[in-house]
Design a protein around this ligand. Structure first.
Ligand code: FPP
Length: 249
């Protein structure tokens, strides 16, 4: 039995966000270096993209490199950056064929120039695609994003472009790096860790959280189907009572 058969199409999440964790532990388990885990993790990235395309999910956001990841050993950072570059080179045509639109959130000016340029080119070449929007969070953290948002709103206030009363939740959203992306309905974290690690903290106010012990390199299509099927069993109330929700249905 596949969990895919349990998925109700009309009720699938519009936006799935994933904290891909456990590459290092996966490699250690088989006595290998961490980069081997990251390489295998790139295969899982392909799997979830394919599954989202097949299920016609509109948005997928992957936490690929956090602001805090800059503190990792230099060799690991370099390995991750070259993996990102080679994966982009290898997969770009396939992404285009499937109508995927690539985006990034985070401070990509901090990435090596070769990676930044490749990303910008891929973003440009896929900008008019109308299928899955794939957002890679790179050199991203929520606190960085929120700090940037505050700075730009203060700047506009100082220039009298906005008044205090115009500072609303919508205005804040329009100053986040996710401004064109709806909030996720489902956030998945792999590897048995129960943390949010500075990821999309504003955007996940009403998001359903799904944690699995599976290490990211072992995460396959079937694991994604299982997470979606689990999500569909939940009642999303947005602060209302269960009764109100059933009356609305
Ligand atoms: C977390 O595992 C994973 C990362 C910090 C990097 C994620 C990168 C990939 C999946 C590969 C390439 C990505 C793309 C988009 C092509 P960890 O190293 O923290 O694992 P650990 O907690 O077991 O040490």
């Amino acid at each position: 039995m596949s969990y895919k058969n349990l998925i109700i199409k009309e009720n699938r999440p519009n936006h799935i966000a994933i904290i891909m964790d456990g590459n290092g532990r996966w490699a250690k388990k088989i006595g290998n270096i961490r980069l081997v885990g990251h390489k295998k993790g790139a295969n899982s990235v392909n799997e979830v993209i394919e599954a989202c395309v097949e299920l016609e999910i509109k948005y997928l956001t992957l936490y690929a490199f956090s602001t805090e990841n800059w503190n990792r050993p230099k060799t690991e950072i370099e390995g991750l950056m070259s993996l990102l570059l080679s994966t982009l080179e290898k997969e770009l045509e396939k992404l285009k064929k499937h109508g995927v639109r690539l985006k990034t959130i985070g401070d990509i000016s901090k990435l090596p120039q070769s990676v930044e340029l490749k990303l910008k080119k891929a973003i440009e070449e896929t900008a008019t695609n109308t299928g899955l929007t794939l957002t890679l969070a790179l050199s991203y953290s929520s606190r960085w994003e929120i700090t940037e948002m505050v700075k730009s709103i203060v700047e506009k206030y100082k220039n009298t472009e906005i008044t205090e009363n115009e500072i609303t939740s919508n205005l804040i959203e329009s100053h986040l790096s996710t401004k064109d992306i709806p909030d996720p309905e489902l956030l998945i974290r792999t590897s048995g860790e129960y943390r949010l690690s500075n990821f999309l903290l504003w955007q996940i106010a009403y998001t359903e959280l799904y944690f699995t012990d599976t290490l990211w390199p072992d995460f396959k299509k079937e694991d994604l189907y299982k997470a979606i099927a689990d999500y569909q069993k939940r009642e999303r109330r947005f602060g209302k009572t269960g009764e109100q929700i059933s009356n609305e249905a």
